[in-house]
Design a protein. Structure first.
Length: 122
């Protein structure tokens, strides 16, 4: 039998490869920036760059009188219970549910998510 390809070496190599793959897969999640817990974490997890989205959210909040985070999060959760974020944003744009933030016009669901990120960062 070839000493290069013993069963033990093959199993050890496969196990090592599995550990490396798991580390690479989970490493991104483990190295992500951590935030203080908020009541909106389920929604904020949908954002790609929470810090940048919080900056956009500041602009949204500046243009909204009396922003109610509880009501906004309930509305967004209700929309996202039936649709993905992409579908909800697309429907907002198609149906004219838009908000203005510093000259930028945004779909309402995305604007509210950004506003919640800004509230969470405050």
């Amino acid at each position: 039998m070839n000493k290069l390809f013993t069963r033990r070496r093959i199993v050890m190599g496969a196990g090592g490869a599995a550990v490396l793959a798991a580390t690479a897969f989970e490493g991104r999640r483990l190295l992500r920036k951590r935030y203080a817990p908020t009541p909106y974490d389920d929604l904020l997890a949908l954002l790609d760059d929470r810090d940048a989205d919080a900056q956009i959210g500041e602009a949204v909040l500046a243009g909204v009188e009396g922003f109610d985070a509880k009501a906004a999060s309930a509305g967004v959760r209700q929309r996202l219970a039936r649709h993905t974020l992409a579908q909800a944003v697309g429907a907002d744009a198609a149906e004219g549910r838009l908000l203005e933030a510093s000259g930028w016009v945004m779909p309402q669901t995305l604007a509210l998510l950004c506003a919640l990120a800004a509230k969470a960062a405050a």
